[in-house]
Ligand binder design. Structure first.
Ligand code: ATP
Ligand code: MG
Length: 650
């Protein structure tokens, strides 16, 4: 099992937040891990074709992001391709981001390239250092890094504000942009529709020097937010509404988390993004499908600036893929924020949350996420992936590596009447049934044991082979026992089960398999058991599509939803699901977190932070690195051994 050597339990005096903050170091980028060269998808086909055609033969790298002159002065780019992962630092990464991380960093790894970690922090509002830190941790945890060719490739789009401003000045002087004084409403009204062309702004033909003067005044803080905007001058008659003179710079008197109050003008997202890619010499700029209609503008910006000699050739190209839609969770940042703020969950790293920090506490693994990304592939068609696919990836990964342990989750006392009260017999249990090299551990057998309450009944139903009066079972890794009765309290509840053991039946001793029994149950010594808190986590929502009428959803065979796209104030596209039939919060699964007190085998007392185990018969569990203390770990269930959701709703 790969261990995170630097992770230690928090001291009990520390707050959970402090405990979380200590988890800072990760295994470095796993560059020789899984062989994914066999994977094909439409993006890999594009990369293959580009490399075969030597499309990047002339690319140079100036040692850092920069303009045409800087890259021209550099040497041939050692990176065969450059991709980027460009989150906006306004939230925690979720499972959808994991798909994008695995895609972009995976391409770079497999093609001898580099993937840039870029914070797209051009919108001064909502962005915070806390999110920057958590995103860095999440990407590293997933097993990726940005150190390559002797340097780090961690960049901030806000470092390019100076260039973006100069590029805007160039667009003005070259007749490709103008300052518009229309109100936001007037601009929206004159944009036209899919069937009607837009109407030219009265300011569209204002002389370039006048626009330049106003643009400088904007930067100098002489004008109020929203009083004017810089627009690209393209074509108000374009069939693509995004080409009808989109805004490229706005006034926003706001403090930026990195540049402070150095700027009161900020670039719009759709203008900033292609420039960021070009300055960083990105070859393949991969984004989700809703940006497809923005591609002509992406190319327009880059071509104008390359014509002016500001940006290096060849220019980056944008490619779109289908975002991850996953059942039984929500993956919209807005909804995740609502879950946290309204306290439907215990924070961003609640193990029920579909965030990377949540998954980590849940006991999910980076390898499981990478397997998932490989299995679901990349396509251009929107579709839904069932949560069981992700869970199965986690099982497949954990099954091979997680050591086995014994845990009694719903304890009932078992007394071995013919075993002396002071005696102890040491039994041995293998740490992994298929991996003898992982060794075995000792488990003490004593007169009083804990067994699962469900492993005893007074009157057995047909096919029940576990304990009932008169029946014989094997106590796994221990002895064969015969049930001789049970104690009850005044209400008739079973309080203890009584058995007699066969001294010559100890597992692994000669003759022990002369006993033929059909039942095999697990147990822990009551005297030695480690009693602790265990959280049984399950899916966050009880239906595949929160907020939707489920029959309809099932009938449509998980057909893609109808999304509407909307631009926010900074010009970034957001997708909204249409047709919400009822409040999605009503579909939260009240059973998604159950806290119990369990009796575990003594070895688990020494579990280290983030150690993952299979609790035999129960599932995969992790020692929670936030709530545990040295010598007193608590465990979270990652996933059960088998899918109990089956075909339900899906
Ligand atoms: P918002 O919810 O504000 O629209 P976002 O989820 O798009 O934000 P970003 O920070 O812009 O978050 O995302 C970073 C990268 O992750 C982008 O390149 C984006 O395309 C990708 N990404 C986001 N959600 C998904 C998803 N569900 N599937 C695949 N990739 C995604
Ligand atoms: Mg988005």
């Amino acid at each position: 099992m790969r261990r995170l050597a630097t992770v230690e339990w928090a001291q009990s005096s520390q707050s959970p937040r402090a405990a979380r903050d200590r988890i800072q170091e990760y295994p470095v980028s796993d560059r020789n891990a899984p062989d994914t060269a066999h994977i094909t998808n439409f993006i890999r086909n594009i990369v293959d074709a580009d490399l075969a055609a030597d499309r990047f033969a002339t690319r140079r790298w100036g040692g850092a992001p920069g303009d045409a002159a800087q890259h021209a002065a550099g040497a041939a780019d050692p990176a065969r391709i450059r991709t980027r992962f460009p989150p906006e630092p306004n939230g925690y990464l979720h499972f959808g981001h994991a798909k994008s991380v695995c895609l972009n960093f995976g391409l770079a790894r497999d093609y001898g390239g580099v993937c840039h970690m870029r914070f797209d922090d051009t919108n001064p509002e909502k962005e915070e250092q806390e999110y920057v830190d958590s995103i860095i941790n999440a990407v590293k945890w997933l097993g990726f890094g940005w150190e390559a060719f002797g340097q780090s490739h961690l960049f901030y789009a806000s470092d390019y504000f100076g260039f973006m401003y100069r590029a805007a000045e160039y667009l003005i002087t070259s007749g490709n942009a103008y300052i518009d004084l229309q109100s936001a409403e007037a601009m929206r009204a004159s944009r036209g529709t899919l069937t009607e062309r837009g109407i030219d702004s009265p300011w569209r033909n204002r002389p370039a020097d006048e626009s330049l003067r106003l643009f400088h005044e904007m930067r100098d803080g002489k004008h109020a937010d929203g009083s004017m905007v810089l627009r690209a001058k393209i074509d108000m008659g374009s069939p693509n509404i995004n080409m009808r003179d989109p805004a490229i710079y706005r006034i926003k008197h706001a403090e930026h988390h990195r540049t402070g109050d150095a700027w009161c003008v900020y670039p719009m997202y759709t203008y900033a993004h292609p420039i960021e890619d070009a300055l960083e010499q990105i070859t393949h700029s991969i984004c989700t499908l809703e940006f497809e209609d923005q591609r002509p503008f992406y190319d327009w910006v880059l071509e104008r600036l390359a014509e002016g000699g500001l940006l290096a050739q060849p220019l980056p190209k944008q490619y779109e893929f289908a975002r991850l839609n996953l059942t039984y969770v929500v993956l919209s940042k807005r909804k995740l924020i609502q879950l946290v703020e309204e306290e439907h969950v215990d924070g961003w790293d609640d193990p029920r949350m579909p965030t990377i920090v949540g998954a980590r506490r849940r006991g999910f693994t980076p390898e499981g996420f990478r397997l998932f990304a490989d299995r679901i592939g990349v396509s251009k068609a929107d579709s839904w992936i069932d949560m069981s696919v992700l869970e199965e990836c986690m099982r497949d990964d954990l099954n091979g590596r997680a050591q086995r342990r014994i845990a009694v989750l719903n304890p009932l006392k078992l007394v071995i009447d013919n075993f002396p009260a002071e005696d102890e017999v040491i039994c041995h249990a293998p740490n992994h049934p298929q991996k003898p090299e992982l060794g075995q551990r000792e488990i003490p057998f004593t007169r009083e044991l804990w067994i699962e309450a469900e492993d005893f009944v007074e009157t057995p139903p047909k096919g029940y082979f576990r304990l009932y009066p008169g029946n014989t079972v094997r106590l796994r890794y221990g002895f064969v026992v015969k049930c001789v009765g049970a104690d009850k309290d005044a209400d008739g509840n079973i309080t203890a089960v009584h058995c007699e053991y066969m001294p010559d039946s100890k597992s692994g001793t000669p003759g022990s398999d002369n006993y033929k029994v059909k039942g095999n149950i697990h147990w822990v010594s009551a005297k030695h058991a480690y009693q602790c808190e265990v959280r049984l986590y399950d899916r966050l929502f009880r239906v595949p599509n929160p907020g939707k009428r489920q029959q309809e959803h099932a009938a449509a065979g998980h057909a893609p939803d109808h999304h509407s796209t909307e631009l926010d104030e900074s010009g970034k596209l957001h997708q909204h699901e249409e047709k919400v039939e009822h409040d999605w919060l009503d579909d939260l699964n009240p059973q998604a977190k159950q806290t119990i007190v369990a009796q575990l085998e003594p070895a688990l007392r020494n579990a280290q932070p983030e150690d993952r185990f299979q609790f035999e018969r129960h599932g995969y569990f992790v020692a929670d690195h936030v709530d545990s203390r040295a010598g007193a770990p608590v465990f979270n269930r990652a996933v059960t051994l088998k899918d109990s959701w089956g075909k339900a709703g899906g």
